[in-house]
Design a protein around this ligand. Structure first.
Ligand code: ATP
Ligand code: MG
Length: 779
């Protein structure tokens, strides 16, 4: 039986209630952090199902992460029962994949088992193109090209339009980008692949080219709801508008009901093309729109809110909001000035110990935020030593590790034989005697005969590719034969004709048959042991996926919907792997670990205890933003997001010295920290320097023993020799500002001429000089 509407509206304030029950015109809910926007969206869906006779299949709800989607679906199911599982609750990307797969017959040159290229795949493809076009890759790096093309796609500008605009631009970059863009699209299509941005852009193009398809979805999705609307980009805006329909445009299907929620003060993805224009001009875009403001905050104490309000109020051109709470003043915010990043981490760890010891909180109630991924390292070091259980969200992610990506590339190539990037990635990985020259022969053959690289490999195996020597031909034939065998394994079905193979067995077979296991097992590099462990982990992930699918098949006999890969299929597994995002790895509440993540990833989340660290000008706000008012405003919004994640206790800390690019750098206190009213902060240890004019142990009600005095000489590890040369040995782990984590493979020479070769995983092997100032730290 369905709950009565009273139950669904229980505990809501009048504005929330209105937002849940509003009918008809487009609805915009704008409100500050923690005011219940996401909660209202969830209740609204439940209310639609329970009170307004809406079928679950008529709902399309968009969230920012897959994890948020899963949570929302669970909550709605908790309110109205299991039928809620038939709703589409997902990210923009996942929804678009489903639409594209369902409508793949209409996509020229693509079929429904298209591959999704993630940003690493895209960059590989761009590297190949840049090489073929003989571009100066120093000037036009794959990364730069990827960003430029992504920006165009976010604005729904195709290659032709980009070329037309570029032709009247005196600068060379737009022309080069336009020609790379055209090639890139061509190659994506011949690989039967979409990149992330295509998922949105191609869905928009599909809907615009086929009004009957648009009408089909509009008839189907009578309710479209979007969370975190402030972080939608232009392409996503157009997608929503197209799906919902324009009331002024005559059509057979009336517009769907639209409900979007957001907070312009929390817009932090401008670098991905997000624009708060979508919020600011909602009322103009939808003239009949109803706007509801929520002002009561249910998350934080007044002290935390006051700090957040004080900081964000420094941004100009924003809509003033009056957030209030009846949660009471709460604890003072704790401030801490550390000698350096290690001291900061020690402080955080000892506070965590103390709080957990009192029994006041559990580890899982606590989160530590920082501005950039590489800042997690000092916390990890200290947490390991203190025995604080933790999980780092993001950074070099499991699925980004080289060996995991290699294994996934095998799966992708099995699923889509035209997937050029994956095929070329695994062709000689592990090494099997197919060198660059052989690969080039195959690529030339593909180009010359207008066939995919996968087809060209088959031709090569048959001996039909020019200039290929017999040894390479044999090796390619072996490779092609191995893929065939694996495909046969995949096609096994049970008596009912359902997929019978466990994806975990397939991954196992890949590791074995490819020679990967033998290569890693034979190596005496300890890192290779870790790599083998990671591959085993992937086997477990795949096994779990297959067993979940089998269990679900017993309970829920529903046919897969159009666009949905069959449960348990390889395509379903790859989709899950491809669309996993940082925030999806946030541990569950009962995991019993402290969560470490960047401020960006923290969006939408809340924790009883929050440490926001690294409040230094140059760190947070980020160096890059210091001279740019627009970027500075964006950084301030990030500060607002960080502060407002805290429910009961908030810690703000900074380090006087911090190593950046391997050198200790003195950073002044973050201007944002100065914007927090000082009476709100209880300084455990304050800066004795002239900037702040406070002395140790001062501040309101300091309970900290002054025994721990500041030491003037920061201690740094032994990683640097004289003149700042990094001293590295084979096997050392490093982190590089540009390439990320790596392992030293080889060292050569000494002093100013010393060089090392470092394996940066998916970023490749790089030879680097070690003269002072290399932006790299030894771990
Ligand atoms: P953000 O801007 O950070 O995404 P939000 O506006 O989406 O925040 P929610 O996460 O929905 O806010 O809600 C914040 C907290 O307040 C949650 O713990 C939620 O359960 C609680 N909450 C929301 N509305 C109410 C209410 N009417 N009564 C009690 N608690 C509420
Ligand atoms: Mg929210």
């Amino acid at each position: 039986s369905l709950p009565a509407s009273d139950a669904l509206l229980e505990g809501l304030n009048p504005q929330q209630r209105e937002a849940v029950t509003h009918e008809g015109a487009p609805l915009l809910i704008v409100a500050g952090a923690g005011s219940g926007k996401t909660a209202v969206l969830t209740r609204r869906i439940a209310y639609l199902l329970a009170e307004r006779g809406v079928a679950p299949g008529q709902v399309l709800a968009i969230t920012f992460t897959n994890k948020a989607a899963a949570e929302m679906r669970e909550r709605v199911a908790g309110l109205v029962g299991p039928r809620a599982h038939a709703m589409w609750v997902s990210t923009f990307h996942s929804s678009c994949v489903r639409i594209l797969r369902a409508q793949s017959a209409l996509l020229t040159g693509m079929n429904s088992n298209f591959t999704i290229y993630d940003s690493d795949d895209s960059r590989r493809l761009l590297t190949m193109i840049a090489k073929d076009l003989e571009l100066d890759t120093k000037k036009y790096s794959a990364r730069l090209l990827a960003t430029q093309i992504s920006n165009l796609k976010n604005e729904l500008i195709g290659p032709d339009e980009a070329a037309a605009t570029a032709s009247s631009d005196p600068a060379p970059l737009p022309k080069i980008v336009a020609s790379v863009y055209a090639q890139y699209q061509k190659r994506l299509r011949s690989a039967n692949a979409f990149d992330f941005d295509d998922l949105i852009g191609e869905t928009v193009a599909l809907l615009q080219a086929h009004p009957q398809v648009t009408e089909y979805y509009r008839r189907r999705f009578r309710h479209v709801l979007v969370d975190e609307y402030q972080d939608t980009n232009h392409a996503q805006y157009v997608l929503v508008r197209t799906l919902v329909g324009d009331p002024d445009e005559p059509g057979d299907v009336p517009p769907s009901e639209l409900c979007v929620v957001g907070d312009a003060d929390q817009s932090i993805y401008a670098f991905r093309g997000a624009t708060i224009r979508n919020i600011e001009e909602f009322e103009r875009d939808y003239p009949q729109a109803r706007t509801i403001l929520l002002e009561q905050n249910y998350r934080s104490t007044q002290n935390i809110l006051s700090a957040a309000n004080a900081v964000i109020s420094r941004n100009s051109g924003r809509r003033e909001k009056r957030l209030w709470t009846d949660a009471g003043t709460g604890e003072a915010i704790t401030g801490y000035v550390a000698d350096n990043e290690h001291d900061e981490a020690r402080f955080v760890a000892s506070e965590i110990d103390r709080l957990v010891d009192t029994g006041e909180v559990k580890y899982s109630d606590i989160a530590v935020f920082y501005r950039t991924n590489n800042a997690s390292r000092p916390f990890e070091d200290v947490f390991i030593r203190h025995g604080v259980p933790y999980k780092v969200v993001g950074g070099v992610r499991f699925y980004e590790r080289k060996e995991v990506r290699d294994a996934v590339a095998y799966l992708k190539a099995l699923d889509n034989p035209h997937d050029t990037v994956s095929l070329r990635r695994i062709l000689n990985t592990p090494r099997r005697g197919i060198g660059d020259r052989a690969e080039a022969c195959v690529a030339v053959h593909a180009e010359r005969h207008g066939v995919s690289f996968g087809q060209a490999l088959l031709d090569a195996a048959e001996g039909n590719v020019a200039l290929l020597n017999t040894r390479a031909q044999k090796a390619i034939a072996g490779f092609v034969g191995m893929l065939d065998d694996l495909r046969i394994m995949l096609s096994e079905t049970d008596a009912d004709g359902n997929d019978a193979v466990d994806i975990g067995d397939v991954v196992e077979a890949i590791i074995e048959r490819s020679g990967y296991r033998a290569e890693l097992a034979a190596s005496d590099d300890p890192q290779d042991g870790t790599r083998l462990d990671n591959l085993h982990e992937l086997v477990s992930v795949a096994r779990e996926f297959s067993s979940d699918a089998r269990n679900a098949a017993g309970v829920d006999d529903t046919e897969p919907e159009e666009g949905e890969p069959a449960a348990g299929s390889l395509a379903a597994f790859l989709e899950k792997v491809s669309l996993v995002a940082d925030a999806d790895q946030v541990p569950d509440n009962d995991a019993g670990v402290v969560t470490l993540m960047t401020l960006h990833t923290a969006k939408g989340l809340e924790f009883p205890v929050v440490f926001v660290t690294g409040w230094e000008d140059g760190q947070f706000p980020h160096m890059r933003a210091l001279g740019d008012p627009a970027e500075l405003s964006e950084e301030r919004r990030l500060a607002y997001v960080g502060i407002t994640r805290a429910r009961r206790r908030l810690y703000l800390s900074r380090a006087v010295l911090r190593s950046a690019w391997g050198q200790p750098v003195t950073n002044p206190e973050s201007r944002f920290l100065q914007e927090v009213p000082q009476e709100l902060i209880d300084w455990r240890r304050s800066d004795p320097g002239p900037a702040r004019g406070q002395s140790i142990g001062s501040g309101t009600g300091s309970r900290f023993s002054a025994g721990e005095s500041r030491s003037a000489t920061p201690s740094f590890g032994p990683a640097r020799g004289r003149n700042n040369h990094l001293v590295l040995a084979v096997g050392d782990r490093v982190t590089h500002d540009k390439y990320g984590l790596g392992t030293v493979l080889e060292t050569k020479g000494s002093g100013p001429t010393a060089t090392v070769v470092i394996d940066f995983g998916s970023a490749g092997k790089v030879r680097l000089m070690l003269v002072g100032g290399v932006p790299m730290t030894k771990l």
